[in-house]
Structures are given as C-alpha cells and as structure tokens.
Design a protein around this ligand. Sequence first.
Ligand code: HEC
Length: 121
Amino acid sequence: MKGFWREDQRRILVSAVLLSGLVTAPVVTMGDDARGRNADEARLANLVVQDCGSCHGLTLRGGLGPPLRPEDLGELPVEAIAAIIREGVPDTAMPPWKPLLSPEEIHWISQQLKSGALVSP
Ligand code: HEC
C-alpha cells in the first residue's frame, strides 16, 4: 500500500513539474527524452510564429519589430542572427532568449530565418 501511494505522489509531482515547464517555457522540457526531433522542430517553429511573431508579425513580415524574412536579414550570417536572438538588442524591445532557448535551438531558428522556411506564404 505504502509503495503505491509513493508512486502516485511521484507521478503527480512529475506532471506538475512538466506542466509548469510547458506553461512558462515551452521548449525547456524538450530534447532529453524519447520524443523525435521532428516534434521538437514543430514546437520550435510554433514558438517562432507565436512568440517571435508577437513582435515581428505572425507572418514574420514585421510589426513592432522588423520583418525577419531572408531578404530583410540580408548579409547577416547565421551566427550573427543567433547572437542577436541569444543576447537581444539592448535598449530595444528585443529581449535576450538565452534563458529560454538552448544554443542548439537558437542556431536552428537562425537557420530557418535565413532560409525563409518559417515565413508564411
Ligand atoms: C517584445 C518584442 C520582441 C520579441 C518577442 C522578439 N523580438 Fe526580435 N526584435 C524586436 C525589436 C524591436 C527588434 C529591433 C531591434 C533594433 O532596433 O535593432 C528586433 C530585432 C530582431 C532581429 C534583428 C533583425 C535585423 O534585421 O537586424 C532578429 C534576428 C530578431 N529580432 C529575432 C527574433 C526572434 C527569433 C525572436 C523569437 C525567439 C524575437 N526576435 C522575438 C522585438 C522583439
């Protein structure tokens, strides 16, 4: 009996932790479990459209922040885009994303922006 109870508590705790992770930082829980890379990429792509899109426009064509289409990013190399996303732009609304996104995630997003893969038609 005691053993069952403990297992239940553990499950509730794990769900609570996962749930709060999902609510506050959707991508922090990804990567180190059995989920496929594609699900991770879908989640990241969704984050770019929703979170980045809240400033840069849901179609990434600009809003409060500048548009993020390949033609707008011009000569910025992927690494420079990644640095902007990582550190933000001081004294502007562009926040640093390093508390929320891993270097790999930021690199992936930068590549997608550079290739235009996330821009809606
Ligand atoms: C709260 C609003 C806001 C959010 C959210 C936001 N940005 Fe920005 N972003 C800005 C603003 C404002 C600038 C322009 C800063 C400047 O004046 O140089 C900017 C600039 C940029 C630039 C540089 C563009 C250029 O041509 O120099 C990139 C790249 C960028 N953001 C990517 C992102 C990504 C990726 C996300 C999501 C992970 C994101 N931003 C989320 C407001 C935001």
